[in-house]
Design a protein around this ligand. Structure first.
Ligand SMILES: Cc1cc2nc3c(=O)[nH]c(=O)nc-3n(C[C@H](O)[C@H](O)[C@H](O)COP(=O)(O)OP(=O)(O)OC[C@H]3O[C@@H](n4cnc5c(N)ncnc54)[C@H](O)[C@@H]3O)c2cc1C
Length: 442
């Protein structure tokens, strides 16, 4: 069926996005579609960031998105033939959250409990349940990618692994994961953070290992879901500790979660996302995703009297004899505040993560394609329909930065099935192959 050598799509990370790609590639391959060989490369283990073992959560926090927005949602894979579509979707149904509950004898209880949001660890259990069904088509390689370089001909990615493990070569590369915590307000980010200052990985380890001394005053920088998760964890860990929340807008608000907002995440094309004014797209993402607390987190935090909101953007963080000093700017005014502990929950910096990962010549290749320096806004503006960066060869897929250009759900968990449709195989190839599969079946 295939005349050309098979290509490889390497995905760094076996979290929800990597698993969603793997499921789609597996199922399409089962049906005979000419998909690339998919290799997931994972430095820890499947769903590491959700289990509580490797930072980002303690595993007990509630999943914000509905679990029915699982790795195949919204189950609208279109291979260009109605009969095949139905068969492919039936097969994909076997990887849903509901199938997991049925298979593990938890379905009836979950429904009777009112379909509660699962905690992150339960979500990790689901992802791991999916991952054990991926063979033989998909391989998950244990390895820590330390550099994404180009091969000697410059037409493939060479992914260099830690501990002198052999490199992995791929024709396409997709990055997943939130990336490193945004630290651009700290003057010297090459230095490690002071001991009482935590990013989103070290905070959760400190809570888990009880190394955060619950004495003194603490500031959480940021007013989004990560800040909310940190506040919830602190409400159990350090019951009496006063906590300031440094919020750029001077308030915290809940996420807009109506049908009209949710469906834009699931159906960006139907809602003509790409034709909306970029200013309105940014406004939408800010109301519904970034810089807002979930209704659930807010209702729990409402009951606490020890939080104070401090308006402003942190512009510097230094260590003093008294502890940590942060400089805050708001409405043209600069103020300083002292804290004993600071949690930096101001979001993630995908661009810094990418720059760190790319070899100098791979970075030059990307910047040549962009026609300018690699910045977050340049990258976000050049993400194409298949979630890759325009004109970059070999292809580089960055779904975490695809929200603005392609649809807000591609950056998170809102439409993993659609994300994998876009990445796994180009539409024109799949339709022509459908015609062949249908003809062979007649
Ligand atoms: C605590 C928390 C809760 C969240 N809750 C929600 C939610 O409810 N709904 C929602 O839509 N979004 C949520 N998000 C946003 C979330 O980041 C993304 O939606 C999610 O991470 C997407 O999954 P992923 O597969 O891209 O990343 P991840 O699940 O983060 O997986 C990335 C994987 O890559 C591995 N890895 C990283 N670097 C390397 C490397 N160099 N080499 C090899 N492996 C590597 C990691 O070990 C990890 O397993 C949440 C984020 C956090 C941090």
């Amino acid at each position: 069926m295939r005349n050309q050598p098979r290509k490889t799509l390497a995905v760094i990370g076996a979290g929800p996005k990597g698993i969603a790609i793997a499921v789609k590639a597996k199922v399409l391959e089962e049906f005979g579609f000419p998909v690339d060989r998919v290799v997931l490369i994972e430095k820890n283990n499947v769903a590491a960031h959700w289990s509580g073992e490797f930072g980002y959560t303690n595993g007990e926090m509630k999943l914000g998105t509905s679990p029915e927005k699982d790795v195949v949602f919204p189950l609208e894979t279109d291979v260009g033939d109605p009969v095949l579509n139905q068969r492919v979707r039936q097969r994909l149904l076997q990887f849903t959250w509901i199938s997991f509950l049925v298979d593990t004898a938890q379905y009836s209880d979950w429904v009777d409990r009112g379909r509660p949001a699962p905690c992150h660890l339960f979500w990790a259990d689901y992802l791991r349940w999916v991952s054990v069904q991926l063979g033989p088509q998909i391989s998950i390689v244990t390895g820590h990618v330390i550099e994404a370089d180009l091969n000697s001909q410059g037409n493939q990615w060479e992914l260099k692994l830690k501990d002198s493990k052999p490199s992995i070569f791929a024709d396409r590369l997709m990055l997943t994961g939130p990336g490193q915590t945004r630290l651009n307000f700290i003057r010297d980010t090459s230095k490690t953070l002071p001991p009482q200052c935590y990013d989103l990985e070290s905070f959760w380890s400190a809570i888990k290992n009880k190394t955060l001394n619950p004495v003194g005053k603490l500031a959480v920088i940021g007013a989004g879901e990560n800040a909310a998760s940190a506040l919830l964890a602190l409400s159990q860990y350090a019951v009496n500790m006063p906590v300031d929340v440094i919020s750029p807008k001077g308030f915290i608000s809940t996420r807009a979660e109506s049908f009209y907002e949710n469906q834009i995440y699931s159906q960006p094309d139907r809602n003509r996302w790409m034709t909306l004014d970029p200013k309105d797209r940014i406004d939408f993402i800010e109301r519904t995703d970034l810089g807002v607390f979930s209704v659930h987190a807010m209702s729990l935090l409402n009951e606490q009297a020890r939080h104070q909101i401090i308006p402003g953007r942190v512009t510097d963080l230094t260590t003093t004899l008294q502890g940590l000093e942060i400089q805050i700017e708001y409405a043209g005014q600069k103020t300083q505040r002292q804290y004993d502990h600071v949690v930096i929950a101001s979001g993630f910096d995908q661009t810094a993560t990418l720059k760190k990962l790319l070899s100098p010549r791979a970075l030059r290749r990307v910047e040549l394609a962009l026609g300018e320096e690699l910045t977050t806004s340049n990258l976000m503006a050049s993400i194409e329909r298949d979630l890759s960066v325009k004109n970059v060869t070999p292809s580089l897929h960055l779904p975490m930065l695809a929200g603005l250009s392609q649809g807000p759900g591609f950056a998170n968990l809102s439409c993993l099935g659609r994300l994998s449709d876009r990445v796994v195989i180009p539409a024109e190839k799949i339709v022509s192959q459908s015609v062949r599969i249908v003809e062979q079946a007649l």
